[in-house]
Design a protein around this ligand. Structure first.
Ligand code: AMP
Ligand code: MG
Length: 355
C-alpha cells in the first residue's frame, strides 16, 4: 500500500533538507548545548513531523510525544484520501447522490472547512477531490502534463451545477454527508494537517507539557517558550528550498501559543513547457491558482485556521487577502510575490531576512 503519495525520492530529500533548515533556524546564534531540548521525528501524513519539547522530565516527555504522534496517526486514519479504509476514502468510494453516515469528528472538520469556504468566498473548497485527482496531485507520481482543456471544462460544468457537499447535522451524533454532483469529492488536504497539529498539541498539554513545538513539514504550532526565549522558526524560501527567507517568532502571544502555516506553489508541482503547475487549485477555473503569489504564511491562534486560511489566501491573491484577513481575529499574514518581494501585515511577528 502506498501510504505517502507525493513522497518521491526528490520530495523525501527536500523534506529532510527542510528539517535541517529548521534545525539550523532553531539554533541560530545560540549555545548548541541544550540539554533541556528534545526532538523526535516521524513520517506521518506524507511529511516529516517533529515534536520538540523544552525542559520536560524524560518519562513525561516520552509519554506526551508518543500520545501526540498516536493522535496524528489516528487523524490520518480518518481524513486521508490515500489509505483505502479511512472515513474520507470510504465516503468518496460510496454511491453519489445518497447521503452517507460519517463520523462526528469528520463532520466537525468539514464544518470548519465550510466556514473557511464561506469567509474566502469559495476560494477554499473541501470538495475538490475530483479535480485534484484529474490533475494527479493525489497520486504518488503526478503526471508531467496538465489534463486536457476539455476535461477541465467538463469538470467545471458539473462542479458548478450545485453546491457540492451537503453536510447534515440534524442529529449531531449521527451526521451525514451527501453530494449534489459527480464532479465533487471530499479532499481535506488543505486543512487536515492543521487539525492534526492542534490535536497533537492537546495531547502534549494533557501530558503536562507546557513548552513544546509541533512541526509538520514547516507547518507549526508552538506553546510556551524555549527556556527564557520565544520559539523561533524559519520560513522556507519559495524558490531555494535550502534557504530561510523569514523568521517567525512570537514573544508577545499569550502563553507563547501560536500557529504558523505556509502554503506555496513549490510544495507539490510539475513543470511543463516552462510553466509551473502546482497543487493548490482555483475552484473557479479548475487550474492551479494564478494569484501572483509564491507563498502565503499565516499566523493564527490555532493551526487549523492558519492551515485553511493559508490555502484560501493563496488562491485569493494579495489584494483580496489584504482587504479581508482582518475579518478573522488574531490572523496575521506574510505573503511572497512572484518577484520575491513580500508584504506582511502589521501584527505579523517575525522578521524578513530576504535573499
Ligand atoms: P495546503 O498545502 O495546506 O495549501 O493544501 C493544499 C492541499 O489542499 C492540496 O494538496 C489539496 O489536497 C487541497 N486543495 C487544493 N486546492 C484547494 C482549494 N482551493 N481549497 C481547499 N483545498 C484545496
Ligand atoms: Mg492549508
Amino acid at each position: 500500500m502506498k501510504r505517502f503519495p507525493g513522497m518521491t525520492k526528490q520530495r523525501i530529500f527536500s523534506l529532510f533538507f527542510l528539517l535541517i533548515l529548521l534545525y539550523i533556524a532553531f539554533f541560530t546564534g545560540e549555545n548548541r548545548q541544550q540539554p533541556d531540548k528534545r526532538t523526535t521525528t516521524r513520517l506521518l501524513m506524507g511529511t516529516l513531523v517533529s515534536i520538540t519539547t523544552w525542559g520536560v522530565e524524560e518519562s513525561r516527555e516520552r509519554e506526551g510525544v508518543k500520545a501526540a504522534f498516536a493522535e496524528m496517526a489516528r487523524i490520518e486514519g480518518i481524513m486521508s484520501r490515500h489509505q483505502p479504509q479511512t472515513a474520507v476514502a470510504r465516503f468518496n468510494a460510496g454511491l453519489p447522490h445518497q447521503p452517507q453516515p460519517i463520523p462526528v469528528e469528520l463532520a466537525q472538520l468539514i464544518e470548519k472547512a465550510q466556514h473557511i469556504q464561506t469567509i474566502s468566498d469559495g476560494s477554499f473548497n473541501p470538495g475538490l477531490g475530483k479535480i485534484i485527482e484529474l490533475w494527479g496531485f493525489s497520486t504518488d507520481t503526478p503526471p508531467q502534463t496538465p489534463p486536457s482543456q476539455n476535461k477541465i471544462d467538463e469538470w467545471l460544468t458539473h462542479f458548478k451545477s450545485g453546491p457540492g457537499l451537503v453536510l447534515s447535522q440534524i442529529q449531531p451524533s449521527q451526521p451525514t454527508l451527501g453530494l449534489t454532483n459527480s464532479a465533487t469529492a471530499l479532499d481535506l488536504g488543505g486543512i487536515a494537517k492543521g487539525y492534526a497539529i492542534d490535536r497533537a498539541i492537546e495531547q502534549l498539554r494533557k501530558a503536562g507539557i507546557e513548552n513544546g513545538l509541533v512541526n509538520a513539514g514547516g507547518d507549526i504550532r508552538g506553546i510556551g517558550h524555549k527556556g527564557d526565549k520565544p520559539w523561533r522558526v524559519g520560513i522556507q524560501h519559495p524558490r531555494e528550498t535550502e534557504r530561510v527567507i523569514a523568521v517567525s517568532q512570537w514573544p508577545n502571544r499569550k502563553n507563547g501559543d501560536m500557529a504558523l502555516v505556509t502554503s506555496g506553489d513549490y510544495e507539490r508541482f510539475f513543470m511543463d513547457q516552462g510553466q509551473r503547475y502546482h497543487h493548490i487549485l482555483d475552484p473557479e477555473t479548475g487550474y492551479p491558482a494564478k494569484s501572483g503569489l509564491l507563498s502565503v504564511s499565516v499566523q493564527a491562534d490555532n493551526a487549523l485556521l492558519a492551515d485553511g486560511l493559508s490555502t484560501a489566501f493563496f488562491v485569493m491573491g494579495e489584494e483580496l487577502t489584504r482587504r479581508r484577513y482582518r475579518e478573522s481575529p488574531g490572523v496575521e499574514v506574510l505573503l511572497i510575490r512572484q518577484d520575491e518581494s513580500h508584504w506582511k501585515s502589521e501584527g505579523f511577528q517575525g522578521e524578513w531576512l530576504g535573499r
